[in-house]
Design a protein around this ligand. Structure first.
Ligand SMILES: [Zn+2]
Length: 137
């Protein structure tokens, strides 16, 4: 089962809208369908405490590195997080996955720029790209 989990604080900053994000979701779904991989869920966080769009410029429990979206997806789709993998390109993705009990793969492709250390911030594996990540799994 493939589920997309994404932080989209740009919505809170007014850079783009949920409608725009839904266009991206559709495109991702199309591309995955071409590979015969159904997109079973698409979870996003629109919050950013530095945002200026009313309603989304507040703290939340869903923004990575918190595991809220993973826990919600697991509940919605009966996913065993201990048997699941998260693939991400930031350490916040890794931390969210580790906090949720997933195995974690960091794609080191320049997405991470801060490399802040922490207890939950070490990936189980590193990969250069999505193909290497898939091979690890
Ligand atoms: Zn949120």
């Amino acid at each position: 089962m493939f589920v997309k989990i994404t932080s989209q604080g740009g919505i809170s900053k007014g850079y783009f809208s949920v409608k725009d994000l839904n266009i991206v979701k559709l495109r991702i779904s199309e591309l995955l369908n071409n590979l015969r991989i159904p997109l079973c869920g698409f979870y996003y966080c629109i919050h950013d405490t530095n945002g200026n769009v009313e309603g989304s410029n507040r703290p939340c429990s869903c923004q990575k590195p918190l595991p809220g979206m993973l826990v919600e997806a697991a509940s919605d789709h009966f996913i065993d997080l201990n048997q699941s993998w998260i693939i991400g390109d930031t350490i916040n993705d890794v931390e969210a996955g580790n906090r949720a009990g997933c195995q974690t793969i960091l794609i080191d492709n320049g997405g991470e720029t801060e490399w802040l250390p922490g207890v939950f911030r070490k990936p189980d594996f590193k990969a250069r790209n999505i193909n290497e990540a898939a091979e690890q799994i």
